[in-house]
Design a protein around this ligand. Structure first.
Ligand code: FAD
Length: 468
């Protein structure tokens, strides 16, 4: 008993520290706590303030708030109350252990550089308490897929070949602990506990309010979305995934980011419903996209400085430090005068999401035609995407900019006009997001051909730069 304030009168308690694993199903940390048969104390700590950078943006915080609301409802059905705190988990968790006389703390791992640092500090602060961390965010934990020299892969295809064959061997295991409803746990507020609203995730900006027109955060919604996708869309995924006007992809990315569902649960469904082995190109293609997610997380884990620095050091001084503000603003607000670019940027602003092909095209346009550093694009995406994910965003931007892993063998510059012709021939996507233009042409801020030639010349000249 500590401070004479023991709150748990009966069985020993285990604290589950929730951190972007906002689900009840297939949650190894929660299952572990339940399996101890003692009280489960569920805790969420808002610690963005102690982060040095890449603090979640406005769209992410909106999602996080509502996802926590849903998680709290689901936990309440199990008899567990989700408790909210703000501050440094390295101070807060030991204090909760003391107050509740808990005997153990557990959580699921995150792999971003700052999250790893925070987890290490928490482990040190809990040195005298039993604590356990579990892996559930990926199909393969970082560091487990290496090449023959035991080095990380820098190219996707061999990485996925190895990972994919391993999947055949290991298969998929999900948590199976039975979640009987527990006795409603202690309702007393702990010291420094606050309300969900006091976490301050929603902020002041009214922009976020429209996100609810497009998204429902939470585990139930994630499950429904996977159901819908597997029932109606996966069969044509291989062709439809490239057509931005078609609802042909899963739109599961924000749910995966917030851990409302795990890739293992999705792959389990593919296997269980006999979809994977029916020799379907579309199913294999979808699995490969989940493979890209694996790859980006592994790459970030091995090369943590790539969030801010080009992986290929030849590009460290390739872009000017200061962007052309006029160009950047036009790109952000969808006012470049190039229909497909503007449609994509407006889809992002309106919905907090953008189709993958259009992400590639707008990123290529910013970094190549407009000559602006990829970090300015990555930061705008970071603030506005509901699925903003440090690993996927970093890899996506560096890949398109040509300075990351898996670089294309040549300096690829997407032509937004030919891309529109190929993937939005009937202008359905463009007209949907640019209704105000009514098909009218607007003078582009740059000439696509001239700016392309300029970018290519710059690239050729930069080839002489050192790779150190
Ligand atoms: C410049 C750029 C920035 C990006 N930023 C992000 C980001 O911040 N967060 C994010 O989740 N994805 C990002 N992506 C990857 C991709 O665009 C999205 O994952 C995808 O559009 C999400 O839609 P979906 O769930 O319908 O995908 P689906 O096509 O249904 O794919 C299923 C899942 O596979 C994963 N996936 C698919 N494509 C990729 C990819 N290219 N790289 C990594 N994982 C992938 C995602 O988790 C996705 O949810 C970025 C891509 C680019 C080119």
């Amino acid at each position: 008993m500590n401070n004479g304030k023991k709150m748990v009168e009966s069985k020993a308690a285990t604290i589950v520290w929730f951190r972007r694993d906002f689900r009840v199903e297939n949650n190894p940390a929660l299952d572990y706590a339940i399996s101890t048969r003692g009280e489960v104390i569920a805790v969420y700590i808002e610690y963005n303030e102690i982060k040095d950078e890449w603090k979640p943006g406005a769209a992410s915080r909106w999602w996080c708030h509502h996802s926590l609301e849903r998680l709290s409802d689901s936990l309440a059905k199990q008899g567990v109350r989700l408790r909210y705190f703000r501050g440094d988990p390295g101070n807060i968790l030991p204090a909760i252990v003391k107050q509740t006389a808990s005997t153990a703390v557990c959580w699921n791992r995150l792999y971003e550089p700052e999250e790893i640092k925070i987890e290490k500090a928490v482990s040190a602060a809990l040195a005298s308490t039993d604590h356990q961390a579990f892996d559930s965010r990926l199909l393969f934990s970082p560091g487990t897929i290496l090449n023959q020299q035991a080095k990380p892969y820098r190219v996707f295809t061999p990485f996925w070949k190895k990972a994919r064959s391993q999947l055949e061997v290991t298969g998929i295991t999900l948590c199976t602990t039975k979640k009987n409803k527990m006795e409603l746990n202690n309702q007393k507020r702990l010291s420094k506990e606050c309300s969900l609203a006091e976490l301050g995730l929603l902020g002041e900006h009214s922009w976020r309010s429209k996100l609810q027109n497009y998204w429902t955060p939470g585990e139930d919604s994630a499950r429904k979305k996977v159901n819908r996708f597997l029932k109606h869309a996966i069969g044509n995924y291989d062709t439809n995934r490239d057509i931005p006007s078609v609802d042909g992809t899963s739109k599961i990315s924000p749910h995966l980011h917030f851990g409302e569902i795990t890739p293992a649960q999705i792959v389990y469904r593919l296997i269980n419903q006999d979809l994977l082995y029916k020799n379907s190109i579309s199913v294999e293609r979808f699995l490969t996209e989940l493979g890209w997610r694996e790859f980006s997380h592994h790459v970030l884990w091995h090369f943590p400085d790539t969030t801010n620095r080009a992986m290929n050091h030849k590009f460290l001084k390739f872009w000017p430090n200061k962007p052309n503000q006029k160009y950047l603003k036009a790109w952000q607000t969808g006012n470049t005068g190039i229909p497909l670019i503007d449609a994509g940027m407006r889809e992002l602003w309106e919905t907090g999401w953008m189709h993958n092909r259009v992400r590639m095209i707008v990123a290529s346009f910013l970094t190549k035609n407009l000559g602006i550093h990829w970090l300015h694009g990555a930061k705008w995406f970071w603030d506005t995407l509901v699925d903003a994910d440090l690993a996927n965003n970093t890899l996506g931007w560096q890949w398109v900019a040509g300075c990351g892993v898996d670089a294309a063998p040549y300096y690829r510059i997407f032509n937004p006009y030919t891309q529109a012709k190929r993937f939005d021939e009937k202008l359905k996507y463009i007209n949907k997001w640019l209704p105000d233009r009514n098909g009218a042409e607007v003078t582009p801020i740059v000439d696509v051909k001239k700016s392309r030639d300029k970018a290519l010349t710059k690239y050729k000249n930069s080839k002489t730069l050192s790779n150190k």
